[in-house]
Design a binder for this molecule. Structure first.
Ligand code: GLN
Length: 547
């Protein structure tokens, strides 16, 4: 029978509840258990696809085309499993299901209410991911205990224990233990209040994960244990760390996974963490430094590009290099170019995005990279900007553009394709999820992937316009990957450039800490070459240090 772990959060948001759930998942997986993770989100959007990345961070896309919360990215990267759209349920999607059932007459004659109808639907979503092939389902409850919106979720999660039995459920509460400067102390009161609030909802936590800036003392953990009625063993401390990949090791050292297995009567061997430790050593011990400019529209919230950053870090760990990201506001690019400020970059990433703002800056950055042989990786909108740049400046197609940004352009080198034209339902018109591409034999991308049929995840409406393909290909711009029917361009590359490659997909979503996405791995290698060329002395120092 599937055991259930529910992770809630208290005191403040952004404590790393998702990372805690993901790290716990990894530890349990290393104990030989089959783990699935799910996130319940208390907002009313049916999915985060329509939310502003400035506010909510990246939309993570699953293989099956789910537009999901960015925590699913952490889950996939940590437990190394592909999840589905069912791993994310929002208040909006839950109400939609219940309201649709009501309209179908399924509750005929009855009053439809939060309890039991909404809570039953929440429990159904949880149960739908459990089963014979799942040993542990970790369910993260989004939001903070004390929020109004979270109440139906807490109620459902409370009832769940009654439904499946005490020994099959474990509640883990993540809280903050703040350090108050003037008194020179870590304070337990916020945690105490938040546990009281959770208990008022009928949930007594089995474990408390105390987030803090610096490690807290055993005495303090003992105090929290007494005040919240949680055994001392169940109170663990997770102080801030340099790399998020250290978190599983910290939680394990604190004994959290062993304690939870005991609580859930799960007999397992201790986790084998040798590979994970080696990974963390590579991340923390990276010596060479590589500077990558990320030309974005949402650079004020770095979470908007979370998977891109992680994929760069994975590639860095692979090459033993630390990636320093230069966050460049796309609208500033033209000014920065005039000042010669992009010359210091070892590589440029042009990530995905929607809307016109900043697009001209991305196009200018693509042109700079092309002309100055700076490694440049384009992702989705990045491919589109690189295509427009080449059309305007190498093919002389004046005012070439994507019809998304200039519907009247004489040269829509990026355009909507047939079925994508109906945009009346904002949730339904994008090419979403995993699609296979056929790579051209002998191309740079085929060499990078080491295979000719690859699958990556997509999230876009616009495509390379096939009417222009021949003109591009005659001028050294190869459409080196396409859909199996040959209609859609999936990858582009320049014949005569160290790395000017882009994809219509988002390979960042499939990158894993110990298996960087191939394009990111190769991009970073090219960037490292440039770093070496620019600063041979620095590398000599590094080599001496290593040797
Ligand atoms: N806005 C572009 C499109 O819809 C690119 C989308 C993206 O980068 N994810 O095609």
């Amino acid at each position: 029978m599937t055991r259930h772990i529910f992770v809630t959060g208290g005191v403040a948001s952004s404590l790393g509840k998702g990372l805690t759930a993901a790290s716990l998942g990894r530890l349990l997986k290393q104990r030989g258990l089959r783990v699935v993770i799910q996130k319940l989100d208390p907002y009313i959007n049916v999915d985060p696809g329509t939310m502003n990345p400035f506010e909510h961070g990246e939309v993570f896309v699953t293989d099956d085309g789910g537009e999901t919360d960015l925590d699913l990215g952490h889950y996939e990267r940590f437990i190394d499993e592909n999840l589905t759209r069912d791993s994310n349920a929002t208040t909006g999607s839950i109400y939609s299901t219940v309201i649709a059932a009501e309209r179908h007459g399924e509750y005929l004659g009855r009053t439809v209410q939060v309890i039991p109808h909404i809570t039953d639907e929440i429990k159904r979503r949880i149960r739908s991911l459990a089963g014979d092939e799942v040993d542990v389902l970790i369910t993260e409850v989004g939001g903070t205990v004390g929020d109004i919106e979270i109440l139906p979720f807490l109620e459902a999660v409370r009832q769940f224990r009654l439904d499946v039995g005490d020994h099959n459920v474990c509640y883990v509460h993540v809280t903050l233990v703040p350090y108050i400067g003037p008194s020179g102390e870590h304070k337990t009161k916020p945690t105490q209040h938040s546990v009281t609030e959770l208990r008022a909802a009928g949930i007594q936590p089995h474990a408390i994960v105390c987030r803090s800036d610096e490690p807290i003392s055993d005495d303090l953990e003992r105090k929290i244990s007494r005040l919240s009625n949680v055994p001392f063993e169940g109170v663990v401390n997770a102080p801030d760390v340099d790399s998020l990949y250290e978190i599983p090791l910290i939680l394990h050292d604190e004994g959290l996974d062993g304690y939870i297995c005991k609580t859930l009567d799960l007999e397992t061997t201790p986790p084998d963490l040798a590979e994970w430790r080696a990974l963390v050593d590579r991340v923390v011990g990276a010596s060479a430094l590589v500077r990558v400019g990320l030309i974005g529209k949402y650079v004020s919230l770095v979470d908007a590009y979370l998977s891109v950053v992680e994929a760069l870090n994975h590639a860095g760990a692979h090459h033993g290099a630390q990636v320093e990201i230069d966050w460049i506001q796309a609208e500033d690019v033209e000014g920065l170019l005039a000042e010669g400020r992009l010359r210091d970059l070892d590589g440029i990433v042009i990530p995905g995005g929607f809307g016109e703002r900043g697009v001209e800056g991305k196009i200018a950055a693509a042109g700079f990279a092309r002309e100055h042989h700076v490694p440049c990786l384009g992702l989705c909108l990045g491919l589109q900007c690189m295509t427009v740049e080449f059309a305007r400046n190498a093919l002389g197609l004046e005012r070439a553009n994507s019809s998304e940004f200039d519907p009247a352009t004489p040269h829509p080198v990026i355009d909507l394709m047939g079925s994508q034209r109906d945009v009346s339902d904002m949730g339904g018109t994008m090419r979403l999820g995993a699609y296979v591409a056929q790579l051209r034999s002998g191309s740079q991308v085929a060499q990078i992937y080491g295979e000719e049929v690859v699958s990556e995840r997509h999230r876009h409406r616009y495509e390379f316009n096939p009417r222009y393909r021949a003109r591009f290909e005659e001028s050294g711009f190869s459409c080196s990957g396409e859909s199996p029917d040959g209609r859609l361009v999936e990858f582009i590359e320049l014949d005569d450039h160290p790395f000017w490659i882009a994809t219509q997909a988002h390979p960042e979503f499939k990158s894993r800490p110990d298996r960087p996405a191939p394009l990111f791995r190769a991009f970073l290698e090219a960037a490292l070459h440039r770093a070496e060329g620019r600063n041979p002395q620095l590398l000599q120092v590094d080599a001496d240090a290593v040797g």
